[in-house]
Design a protein around this ligand. Structure first.
Ligand SMILES: NC(=O)c1ccc[n+]([C@@H]2O[C@H](COP(=O)([O-])OP(=O)(O)OC[C@H]3O[C@@H](n4cnc5c(N)ncnc54)[C@H](OP(=O)(O)O)[C@@H]3O)[C@@H](O)[C@H]2O)c1
Length: 266
């Protein structure tokens, strides 16, 4: 059946890898982020291998942008079929301690981090969950992080916001049980992506290390002892969309994918 799949943060990094992995004749991939031209380039790449795709301008931190994107999706549904897959991948990290405001950053880092990593994805889900539930078909995957399950140094607001995303996924999945709509999350450790490249450059500058030494530090924090590839994360997201396992929280740590542990339900 023809349908739409919306991927946020599809212009670059892991989101771009997810968009490319989703290319298929029956699926129109909506590549969404703030940079429309970069999304269009990814959409063109999908079309060049026979897939269907469209670019969508979207800033997940702005309610007006989410509303405009929802309107555009409704128009595209007339051509490409219903939106049945949503991947909340857009995210950002600000480096700072729990009691520090990063130098030179305008605005509250806690608000920024929660807006992009938690409230944005939550609002996007709220924009599309109604039609998904009435049709009884929908697959939502949230790209959280290992930082949604445990702490990492110097990224306190990111850790807190990603924990919120994992908790929300579990709670929402409980309420979606039996509705035909499922929600799951993937929690990668460090991935070889532009985000980690920038993090390595900052760490290297801070400690007087080479970029390679900083990347090796990140790889060493992964239980599997290596950085994940963006394609590995994309493959796990595609598997979660296909399997439709409700409430699943999958950890990617450089070894075989594993379930995140959870306290038993009361
Ligand atoms: N890299 C890792 O090690 C790692 C590990 C665990 C989890 N993750 C998570 O994986 C996801 C992707 O990370 P990545 O490494 O691919 O990061 P990245 O290379 O920095 O890419 C981030 C993507 O998010 C988009 N984005 C940022 N702010 C946005 C906003 N306000 N509205 C819409 N789109 C926005 C960016 O596009 P525009 O600039 O065009 O808007 C870009 O496409 C994030 O949620 C991240 O937290 C990453």
């Amino acid at each position: 059946m023809s349908h739409l799949a919306l991927v946020t943060g599809g212009s670059a990094g892991i989101g771009r890898a997810i968009c490319l992995a989703l290319a298929a004749p029956e699926r129109t991939v909506l590549v969404a982020s703030r940079r429309l031209a970069a999304c269009e380039a990814v959409a063109e790449q999908i079309r060049s291998v026979g897939g269907r795709a469209a670019a969508l301008e979207l800033d997940v931190t702005r309610a007006d942008s989410i509303a405009a994107a929802a309107g555009r999706v409704a128009e595209l549904e007339d051509i490409g079929g219903p939106l049945t897959e949503l991947v909340n991948n857009a995210g950002a990290v600000d480096v700072h301690g729990a009691f520090e405001q990063p130098a030179g950053l305008a605005g509250d880092v806690w608000k920024r981090q929660f807006d992009v990593n938690f409230h944005g994805p939550r609002r996007l889900i709220e924009a599309f969950i109604g039609p998904m539930r009435s049709r009884g078909i929908g697959r939502i995957v949230n790209v959280a992080s290992a930082a949604g399950l445990r702490a990492f140094p110097s990224i306190a607001a990111y850790v807190a916001a990603k924990h919120a995303m994992v908790g929300y996924t579990r709670a929402a999945a409980m309420e979606l049980s039996g509705s035909g709509v499922t929600m799951a999350a993937v929690c990668p450790y460090y991935v070889d992506s532009p985000m980690i490249d920038r993090g390595a450059a900052e760490l290297a500058a801070d400690r007087g290390w080479s970029r390679e030494r900083a990347l090796a530090e990140f790889a060493g924090r992964n239980p599997g002892g290596r950085l994940l590839s963006m394609d590995e994360v994309a493959a796990a997201v595609v598997d979660l969309l296909k399997s439709g396992c409700n409430g699943r929280v999958l950890v990617l740590d450089g070894g075989p994918p594993r379930e995140a542990s959870e306290e038993p339900e009361p």
